[in-house]
Every structure is written in C-alpha cells, then in structure tokens.
Write a protein that binds this ligand. Structure first.
Ligand SMILES: *Cc1c(COP(=O)(O)O)cnc(C)c1O
Length: 416
C-alpha cells in the first residue's frame, strides 16, 4: 500500500485494529477511565500481561491504542506508545533505556525544549555530549564506555540540517547503542527513519500529524530490532522475553504508566482524524515552502534563506538522497538584524505569530527571544539560532498569497 492509502486503510487491512463492536467508519472515542471485567481471573491476567485488554486509561485505552497502531503503520515500526506530549514521549523514550551514569551522544542542533530536557536529566545522573554539525566523526569521538544512546532530529529545528540516518545508525550499532530519531519536522511523509536503520522514532504529534494544532501529544515508535544487552541495559533484562516488544513492554509496565504520561482518548481521536490527511497536507506544505524559499532567495539577495531544498544548503545532498523528493515545511530567514526580524514578523499579515510548527496555517516566530531564550549563547549558536533569524512554518495557503504577503513585509522592513 502506498503512503496516502495506508494512512486511510493501513491499520484496518493489516488486521491491527481487531474486532470493532460498532460499524462506524471512525473509531469510537472511549472516554472512560476504567474498564470493567466479569471475572477476577481475567482482571488478574490483564494485570500480568497474560491476556490483552484494557483496565485503566493511564495504562491503555482503545481509542489511544488505535492511534498507536496507526502511528506504528505510519512509521513502519513494531509497536508505539502515545504520550501526553512530544516532551513526555522524549522523556519516556530516553528513560525507558537509560539509568544514572549513562550518557547520550546527541546532535547539538535540537529543538529548544529537548536541550532543556537534557539539562534536566543531569540531575538524575544522565549526561549528554553534543556533536556540532552532525558530523559522524564527532559522534565517534564523543562515544565512550558510558554511551547508551545516540540522538538526532531528522531535520534539526530550527537549524534545518539533515541527519544522515543510515550512516549514523551504522555507527550507533558499531558501538552497540540504539539510535533515537526525532522525526517531528520531517514526518514519515519525507522519510521513515526505522527503514534507514534507526531503532526508535519519536514524534511530537502535536505538529504535522495532528495538523490543525488542536491537541498536544507525542508518540514513541519502536522498530523492535535493537538487541538489548542485559548488562548494558539492566532495566530491560526482565523484558527481553517479549522479543521485538521488549522496549515498549518495559515502558508500558514501568515508567510510562508510573509517570502518568498517558494521552487523553479525545486527543487520540483528533490525531487519528488529522493524520488521514498527512500526505495531502505535506505535499502542499512542502511545495509551498520550496516555492517561497526560491522566491525569497531570488528576489531578496540581502536576506539569507535557509531551506534544505535549496541547492545552496549544505545539507541538500543528504536531503535529496534520503527524502522522497520534497524537503519539509520549515524555512528560516536571516533578516540582518534583530530589529529587521521583528519588523518583518510584525508586517506579515497571513502567518500567525505562534511558537509551534506544523499547522495548516503558516506560522512565524523569532526563536532567539522565545523558544531558545533558555539556551546559552553557545547552545544557540550550535542550534543555528541567531538574533536576526525568523522561522517560518509554511501552511497550505495559496502560494501566491503567501508570496505577496512576504513581498510586502520585506518592503516594509526595508522602509523603516
Ligand atoms: C514541538 C517539538 C517537540 C515537543 O513536542 P510537544 O508536543 O510540544 O511537547 C519535540 N521535538 C520537536 C522537533 C518539536 O518540534
């Protein structure tokens, strides 16, 4: 099944979703905290993972399970766990394998919230070593006997560098560590990291998967292939018997349920509806972004436009090789000064000034004074955040309206 068909029918036809008791074309929203059973023996079995079933929505829920199955199909994985936010998915995804004394080696070009999270983890004895420019040699150099995980974003936000997932996964496996990839910005529409060798994929599904910015959520999807060595990953020792489901079984039975990171059924439903049009939206969004980037590059030589689809981008070759002929919906513009950046943002009529990405509507923000306000100057530099940088998350508007709006905003910026 191809991408768009699979979004609509993949879960049903693969038999993942099981028997539905009603014949609605959409999954029911099972807005219930608890699930009653007829027999005490059944309840015991469910609690001991000897029988499938739901007992309490903090652990699992039928609507959330359907969303998880659809995410598993989308990313081509073995199992998924849906969380209350992308940050909850990142926290659980990492802590599901790490313990005090372990180290992460990560690309430095990350979403600001992730940099903050890695700093929080230091209080629990988990250290992150950052690699600049996503260079493989630096990943190799920063790896030591404590390293237990490699981490990168498919497309770094907002630096827009592109990780060579195949090569990084090879290096991770040489060093006996799993590769975790945050695929939020690229989405499975551009690339499925698990197919290129990554072990676990995290998505903030608040963004493109949901599509309309109506709920916060995140998903951990496991490829089910990483061989969890009992000595290096003691927390997974008792779960190795679940084979490809070891990691998700461990999470669901420990940290995920015990931190209460569960997704609300209503929000799972919104995501299911949203993700059916992921392919259509991404097609339009990527085409708009590329068109706008080329237009600004051509007409405004005093601006520096960064977009992986431009031949000038240092990451264009990797992006071209790895992605399915499109380059994502985010572009950045360096306006020269912070004042210029602010003027441009304020002059734009169509894009909403908000902190997220991945909406149907175009969105714009000044990252240095907002998302990365808590980063040190060095962290900002490594994350590609400059004082004159404007980030645009391109929407599905008619491209000529977007171009007209950016043209008038640039003219106003130059006038003042
Ligand atoms: C938004 C985002 C997150 C965090 O997700 P939330 O759903 O806001 O918690 C993580 N990584 C990336 C790349 C993001 O864009």
């Amino acid at each position: 099944m191809r991408f768009n068909t699979s979004l609509l029918h993949g879960n049903r036809i693969s038999g993942n979703q099981g028997e539905r008791t009603i014949d609605a074309t959409l999954p029911p929203i099972v807005q219930s905290s608890a699930f009653a059973k007829d027999s005490a023996a059944d309840m015991e079995k469910i609690f001991h993972n000897q029988k499938p079933g739901h007992s309490y929505t903090r652990i699992s829920n039928p609507t959330v399970a359907e969303f998880e199955q659809r995410m598993t199909v989308l990313e081509g994985g073995r199992a998924s766990i849906a969380c209350s936010s992308g940050m909850a998915a990142l926290f659980n995804g990492l802590m599901g394998m790490l313990q005090s004394g372990d180290e992460i080696v990560s690309s430095a070009s990350l979403y600001g919230g992730t940099i903050d999270l890695f700093r929080d983890l230091e209080a629990f004895g988990i250290t992150t070593r950052y690699v600049e420019n996503n260079h493989l040699d630096d990943f190799r150099e920063k790896t030591n006997e404590h390293t237990r995980c490699y981490f990168a974003e498919t497309i770094g936000n907002p630096r827009l560098d592109v990780t060579d997932i195949r090569k990084l996964a090879e290096l991770a496996h040489e060093n006996k560590v799993p590769l975790l990839v945050d695929n939020t910005v690229a989405t499975a529409y551009l690339v499925r990291p698990l197919e290129l060798g990554a072990d676990i994929v995290i998505n903030s599904t608040s963004k493109y998967v949901n599509g309309n910015s109506n709920s916060i959520s995140g998903v951990i999807t496991d490829g089910g292939r990483f061989p969890w060595d009992a000595k290096r990953y003691p927390g997974l020792k008792d779960y190795r018997k679940y084979g490809p489901f070891a990691y998700t079984a461990k999470l669901r039975n420990t940290l995920f349920r015990n931190t209460g990171a569960c997704l609300a059924p209503q929000n799972a439903f919104y995501n299911i509806i949203g993700m059916e049009t992921l392919g259509l939206r991404m097609e339009r969004i990527c085409d708009n972004a590329e068109h706008l980037a080329r237009h600004l590059e051509k007409t405004c030589d005093f601006l520096t436009v960064n977009y992986p689809g431009l031949g000038r981008s240092p990451w264009h070759a990797v992006a071209k090789d790895q992605f399915s002929s499109r380059y994502g919906g985010i572009l950045t513009i360096r306006a020269g000064t912070k004042e210029n950046a602010f003027r441009m943002i304020e002059a734009l009529q169509l894009p909403l000034q908000v902190s997220n990405i991945g909406d149907t509507k175009s969105l714009v923000i000044h990252p240095a004074s907002t998302l990365n306000a808590h980063s040190t100057p060095k962290e900002k530099e490594e994350a590609g955040v400059f004082d004159d940088l404007v980030r645009v998350s391109v929407g599905i508007e008619d491209i000529h309206d977007l171009i007209d709006d950016f043209d008038q905003a640039v003219r106003q910026m130059m006038k003042s």
